[in-house]
Design a protein around this ligand. Sequence first.
Ligand SMILES: Cc1ncc(COP(=O)(O)O)c(C=O)c1O
Length: 492
Amino acid sequence: MELLPLLDAQSVEPLYSQLYRHIRGEIEAGRLRAGSRLPSVRKLAAHLGISRTPVEDAYQQLLAEGYAASRPRSGITVQIYEPEFSRGFYRTSSAEPGRKESPRLVLPAKKADPSIPVHAGEKTDWIDFSYGDIDLSHFPFPLWKKLLGSCFSPDHRDLFRYGDPLGESGFREALSDYAYRARAVICPPERIVVGAGTHHSTEQICRLLQRTPYSAAHSPIAVEQSMSDGIAAIMRQHGYRLVPLRLEPDGIRIEDLYDSGARIVYTTPSHQFPHGMVMSIGKRRRLLNWAADVGGLIVEDDYDGEFRYAGLPIPSLQGLDAAANCVVYMGTFSRALAPAFRLSYTALPPALAIAAKAALHPFDRLASPLHQKTLELFMAGGHMQRHIRKMRSVYQRKMAALLAAVRRCLEPRFRVSGGGAGLHVLLETDDGRDEAQLIRLAEAAGVRVYPTSVYRIDPHRGESASILLGFGGLDERRIEEGVRRLADVWKR
Ligand SMILES: Cc1ncc(COP(=O)(O)O)c(C=O)c1O
């Protein structure tokens, strides 16, 4: 293998860094193939006419970032280069994440480069800041089992059938009450449709809108410049063009919305996903005014609105819509209870509620009547409110631990955003390193953190590197340890 880097001994950039960048570039460009062997330290040093130290340091960096792996007797080989990172959201197990362990470091013992603390290979105790994990240690398992068990009786034959495409009537009544108490959503049961998660609810809404002046033929959907990629994919599958709106510290830029020409807007006002800002009350009113001005429809995705830590929970936008005719509200139990129940609901304006009856299909009966009934009983006993109160204080402590650790170990180089609500934060830096480098370095320390570029609607818009950390499934000790490890590998 020929490596011909142009090394400049006079440059302020150290030789090892020039060499590391060259080899990394060759791997990323595909000129150094996965599985091919890098020359030995001794050979490459001799070939380049430099000492072994910069070559060893460059190799250490490539190993630490996962570009290369080192195994006894096979030397150092190029690893498969994966330009796309997986999102924490889609991880399916809370045990060791499904991906290969980071490469084992077997370079001859030498002084470690203090800028690259290497933990790879030793780690079996991954700390996974996966977005989407929740804390199950406070889930009321015995009570849930008892309530579910009470459904297993011949008196409840109806719960063992397919059920109603709109959702079970008792559950919709309980939802109407719960949504009002927990989120100030004002909606009678007849206008509530049950779904199997927000993604299913989004799909139902897109189908519903097909028969209205809000179909894809009539309007694009204006969206926040970064948003859930799954929800964006569903909207696009239904033929909608998505028009990104810039984000300001208090939510979407309303001027962009007027300019977009769209008559539908999708938004996460209680906790923007993924950036975490809360839409100000002034902006909420301007958004409702926009809908009144253009005859627009607002799709409000309230995926974790129950968990706000500073001050009182922000009531839903739907509740501010006095005429109740321009907000479609989506709620989910994926955060407040657990994603596995696959339960969500949509509160529809009157005209769309009428259309829903015709537009829904038997295949919409995806949410199990058994889970619907169990949650109905759970709510009726007042347990849901208690559970949310409990979890709010649990997650508040975790968030506080995370923010304190970031303050101690990562600021001012990294800024944190979205710390007032929800189960994730973003860490941003403009120190020159990109998302991919930061994620690889974190992996070398046995820490999984996640990219945010996958959520950008316009991928070409440059932004500072921004990393997503979900903390719902980690306890405070692990959160602090994770941030310490990140500080260790991310320092320069
Ligand atoms: C913006 C947003 N909405 C909703 C959800 C919840 O989706 P679901 O209800 O399908 O689990 C998520 C993911 O957790 C999300 O990121």
